[in-house]
Design a protein around this ligand. Sequence first.
Ligand code: PMP
Length: 349
Amino acid sequence: MKPWEKNIRRVTPYVPGEQPAKKDIIKLNTNENPYGPAPGADRALRAFDAERLRLYPDPEAGALVKALADRYGLLPEQVFVGVGSDDVLAMAFLTFFNSKKPILFPDITYSFYSVWAELFRIPFERPALDADFRIRKEDYFRENGGVIFPNPNAPTSLAMGLSDVEDIVSHNRDSVVIVDEAYIDFGGESALPLIEKYENLLVVQTFSKSRSMAGVRIGFAMGSPSLIRALNDVKYSFNSYTMSALSIAAGTAAVEDEAYFKETVERIRKTRERTAERLSALGFVYPEPSANFIFAKKPGLNAKRLFEDLKAEGIYVRYFPGPRTGDYLRITIGTDAQMDALLQFLEQY
Ligand code: PMP
């Protein structure tokens, strides 16, 4: 090894779901929304004057922050925006998790958490989910350097009740607690009302799922002005112009189109119920889904082989190897027609 090579930061990167170039596949592998973004976002992009790209974007993304603050009944000082919630979460790890004590997150959860912890050299421990894949809140009632969990959790799709979330927050007044609500619009109760009561609670959401805009990369955090100020200080010390002018324009218009948002979320929830029923009829079992995906297995069926056979058929789902996840497939909810194609394949399988 050459001397300079010894100084390279070695990390095992997060592996994102596949984004195949092929057009005619049924893509149920990365929890995207099967419906397009709000018509308002489309109009904002069409009306966007390319001449504006000459200038740097507003470093505060003020229009987007204001639209989100209005939508959620907050002050702009309580809202932080970033390039997808991955960016927001990475900034939050960097900003809030600086203790020598380990941060806590579930053993089965969004796999990016351990990647950031390793990248930023944050010690961590991962309390195990119970046999039914539930987060055991008591596991988080101990000293720690911070807490993070998604609600609903991924890849299980299981939601935790708001009183249990509050129990975790109230037992952790000395560290920052982050609730990653990437999927909350599809089910479960948001912890947002609790930010007025707990200054150390950060709620993170995204435009990638319920707002059909994974391609634009917008995520946001809501919390006390002191948390948001600290996040902004770190962000401005890293890269001040993170949100492109196009993202700000499209994102702001999307937030303003509440009716479209409600309608697509409702369609996906209906398709999820219908898909879940039909999966049950085929002998699949799954934790009660609250997100835009179902984490399902069929006892006796080899999930990895099914994953590959589906892929050969042009139907992409997600498979997570591992002792507790390796029998399951995570299936994103697409349109009714896409789910029918999947179910038809499974019926014949
Ligand atoms: N949190 C969870 C739990 C997720 O599943 C995802 C999607 N990969 C994200 C955050 C990040 O989503 P995005 O960066 O697109 O907002």
